[in-house]
Design a binder for this molecule. Structure first.
Ligand code: HEC
Length: 153
């Protein structure tokens, strides 16, 4: 009984660490997640905006689902206290304002998740033009977070 309890406590500790983890890990996972999201946004943009003749419905659906999965994965857990300073793959670009303007941070985060999920739906049922319009709405949410909370390079 006692060993089971210890095991449970250890499992909870492990899952808490997996949710957040050391500051360096949070920054690294955050930078990886946004790079992955950016890669998938680029694939959709290429196929619905830049070169519509290359449009491949299955590829666009796959990319939109990947973005939605990342958006729904709980990225907020990677914004722990102190993660506006530190090095992941490189020095973080998160502004300290993120921790002062918490309502605004939540608002832009929710808008991003909403538009990412909308894009996954439109990718399945919409025309190329509709997907392009929805990608624009998603990109507006990226931009509003970056403008407010990401240090310019
Ligand atoms: C809630 C705020 C927020 C949203 C929404 C957001 N980003 Fe970011 N993004 C950031 C922050 C903060 C960083 C810097 C992360 C760091 O360095 O710790 C970043 C970094 C990036 C990077 C650089 C990653 C690297 O370090 O190499 C890319 C690319 C990127 N975002 C693309 C996007 C795209 C595309 C979207 C929308 C589909 C998006 N982001 C939505 C906050 C956001």
């Amino acid at each position: 009984m006692k060993s089971r309890l210890l095991f449970t406590v250890a499992a909870i500790a492990v899952s808490a660490a997996a949710l957040a983890g050391p500051i360096e890990d949070q920054i690294r996972f955050r930078q990886s997640a946004y790079s992955f999201i950016g890669w998938n946004v680029g694939k959709i943009k290429a196929q619905v905006a830049d070169k519509p003749d290359t449009y491949n419905k299955d590829q666009v659906i796959a990319a939109a689902r990947a973005i939605a999965a990342a958006a729904n994965s709980g990225l907020g857990a990677l914004y722990g206290a102190g993660t506006d300073k530190g090095v992941g793959w490189k020095q973080t670009r998160l502004k300290p304002e993120f921790f002062q303007q918490t309502d605004e941070a939540r608002t832009v985060g929710i808008a991003f998740i909403t538009e990412a999920n909308n894009l996954a739906k439109v990718a399945e049922t919409g025309s190329v033009d509709e997907i392009k319009t929805q990608l624009g709405k998603l990109n507006d949410t990226c931009k509003s977070c970056h403008d407010k909370f990401r240090i310019k390079e």
